[in-house]
Unconditional design. Structure first.
Length: 221
């Protein structure tokens, strides 16, 4: 037969049960705390990852936009270079491919290229070595104008009447415009040399034209 459980044994069992219950409760609280910490860490990790993804997407969009702007500006500057080179520029293909390993800001590099093109685009004045050609332009303009004036006078004499009175006046006006006519071939000369027709070249043309016109008028009397 089983022996009856004494009061001390029962009390010890109750204490042990209470200790086990407290230990289980503590372990549950510890597990719950650990779980909450893990969930919070996971939530923070997910939030950080989402923020990094958003930043990466924004950086990718900005980089794509920058690439499009750089490509468009590079193509525009390349076309300007081809136009500047004229016939020789037609042999050039599209813009060169980007160079790998260059860390410089492409916008800054393109700005420097644009500045260089702007500086080279500004034409200079014709050199002094072309002064004889400029004087020849003035002489040619004066001769052509004098010839036109002589033709007008001859037409007035031939037709007679009012034309005989008006054509000499018209002929004189045309003749006096001779020096200005020399500016036309001088401008063509300047354009071919990619230069501007500045004050000095204009003065050379006008002086040569005026001298020639004066000599022709004196000789034609």
């Amino acid at each position: 037969m089983n022996q009856p459980v004494t009061s001390e044994t029962y009390a010890a069992q109750v204490r042990r049960l209470a200790e086990l219950t407290a230990r289980v409760h503590a372990q549950r609280e510890e597990a719950r705390t650990w779980y909450e910490r893990q969930c919070a860490a996971a939530d923070r990790a997910v939030a950080d990852a989402e923020a990094q993804v958003r930043r990466a997407e924004a950086e990718l969009a900005a980089a794509s936009e920058l690439q499009e702007r750089v490509d468009a500006e590079a193509a525009h500057l390349w076309q300007q270079l081809r136009d500047r080179l004229g016939a020789g520029g037609r042999r050039l293909a599209g813009p060169p491919a980007p160079t790998a390993g260059v860390d410089a800001d492409p916008v800054l590099l393109l700005a420097r290229v644009k500045e260089l093109l702007d500086r080279t685009r500004q034409p200079g004045e014709l050199p002094g070595s072309v002064n004889p050609l400029l004087a020849l332009c003035g002489v040619a303009g004066a001769v052509v104008a004098y010839a036109l004036g002589a033709g007008a006078r001859a037409a007035g004499v031939g037709y007679g009447g009012d034309l005989a009175v008006g054509m000499p006046v018209l002929a004189l006006v045309v003749t006096l415009f001779g020096p200005l006519m020399g500016l036309v071939p001088a401008k063509v000369l300047a354009d071919r040399r990619h230069a501007v027709l500045g004050p000095r070249p204009i003065t050379v043309v006008l002086v040569a034209g005026l001298v020639t016109t004066a000599l022709l008028l004196v000789a034609g009397r």
